[in-house]
Design a protein around this ligand. Sequence first.
Ligand code: SF4
Length: 709
Amino acid sequence: MSESVHPSQCWECNTYCGSLITMRDGQVTKIGPNPDHPGSKGAFCVKGIRAVREWTDNENRLLYPMRRVDARGSGEWERISWDDALDEIADRIAAIRTEYGPMSIAGAVSGAAFSRGAVMALLMRSIGSPNWMINQDLCGGCQALSEKLTGIPMKNGEDIDNTRCAMLVGRNPYAADPTQWRALKALKKRGGRIVVIDPVKGPASDLADIWLRPRPGTDAALALSMAHLLVKWGKYDSAFVAQWCHGFDAYKDRIDQFPPDVAARLTGVPAADIVAAAEFYSEGPSVFVPGHGIDAFSAGVQTFRAFDCLVAISGNLDRCGGNRLTKKPKGFRTYLDLIHDPQFRLPIEVERETIGAAQFPLWSGPEGWQTACHNPSVINAVLTGQPYPVRGMYISGVNIVVTYPDAARTIEALKSLDFVAVATQNLNPTSAYADIVLPKTTTLEEEEVQLIWGGPCIGYTNPVLSPRGEARSDLAIALGLRDKLAARDALTADFLPWADQRSFNEFLLGESGITMEELRVTGFAEFPYKLGNFDETGFATTSGKVELFSQKLDSLGLDPLPNYVPPTADAASEEEQNQFPLVLLTGLREKTYHHSRFRDQAWARRVSPDPIVQIHPETAAVYNIDDAEWVSLQTAGTSTACRARAQLTENTPRGVVATGMGWWEPLSDDPEMGAREININGAMSYGGPWDPVTGSSDSRGRRCRLSPA
Ligand code: SF4
């Protein structure tokens, strides 16, 4: 028996931990951390150890293409060959394309943090459609757009290892990021400061030197107030501001509107605590560690802008112990680079027709971050034909019935389409409404190359296993479909000029000098990285500087300065406040699951068997809710409710309830598999209010009510 160890990288969440995969006789016997990986430095989590293997070996895994043989949602399928599946998909797409035009075909995928996102975009463009949906309006999009507008891409560049003060905002690294959690514990041990801003108490606030507990959705006021204090105390980086920041005078006028007493009134945080947090943060190097708690809501970009500008003026940008800027090896292409590469673009007049581009031009269309659609507008187009019909959809690796708010409307849209194909590893509430389902590979069967911002390094995912059954990668599926469409004269262009995954990956490596052979041996490749070389890099904004005053936002008639936007829960009418007296948070993280995945794994279900909703005991008493009791949860603006099990805890403030997302019931015979019943998105609207930049809907901060179920 031979045993071998293969350096790789876990791809199951955006932490991208380096891994070591042990193989014996062609089987994976162990997956564990790679202590040499420059990003994760030996951190890892149970999902990487257990979930990926079970995801691959799962007895319920989809192994062959299948065709639906009864009504949508009937659960009746027949096995077909790949050739038949691709022929049928190509026939149906070609017919819809002829009748309604290329733009009536839309894709759906998680996003361009993974190669499948880039492949989906290029496949849709090859068909002639600029329309593809991503998940980032619900996850990280506000952060990305704020950083883009401010000119400081710094996601995952938090240098906690070298900082004196870490400021966590809406972040639960204990559950979401083992690399950050390890670094925070080390920071605490060496006497550094930890500031936590979060309405919910948790392991991070337990570790903190100071914990600020703002009312949900008011965090921006804290950042603006801290910036005001730093400038007032002269503890900001005036040299950096003078040389590299645009719009400081206007910015100063704005932050001066937020002295601590004003911020205290808006947030509910005592003014003295705001001052104390600002003092800690001013004694840098300090690092801003954001989480989804301040993303994916209708003031997400402004909230991130408030913190991003604080990072910039405080001198913590691209500094040892601060927030590093994203850099890459010369000649290397990221997935985002592919999407924006002129050789893979549709004519600009076509891209301007991207659904959502008219209302959210910085999110959708030619100027958009990923160019992708505004999802709720696509769902609307399916159901109303406005601004034009969408009649066919190809969905890959994303369970949109579960992950998009308003599951009922997503189901209605899928049911009404002329054709739906879904590529997936397992049948789920989204594939239930497909005409054809296609088996996808898992991350143990795929070879991927990617820029790891946190390393920084180029990471490598090693395909240690051959695909199970007849599973194929996203690129292999797209290439097969492209060929079938070409045979039907149903392509606008061929934006997939690669023969296979290896040549795709070599295209990404480009002229970087990094080779596939090197990556296979090490699992990663580090590259030279200079801090603070602003003279060389500049800033990708209109002014070429960090834009405290965003010229792009100004040109669109949006507030060019970071600002506090009152939470929508505050703006509700008195009647609505009476009917929906509580405020809902939906970002509760669990170590067992990632979004909607791994829900059928026995170990995970043992640890987290039911969706929970956390309630303060005094709030629960008002509504006669007992601990562990099933409750019905309904939000303002929707008529449907979902169920969750009450967990009484003082971690959640009075008047606020907190739950997680992604729940469904994989073992259910019902086609919806609980996607409406036990999933918070069954009780949420996707219909706004939307962030004016990203179009993000309020995934948290909505008004809600509870009652015993
Ligand atoms: S945190 Fe866990 S799931 Fe995410 S990349 Fe690391 S090991 Fe994988």
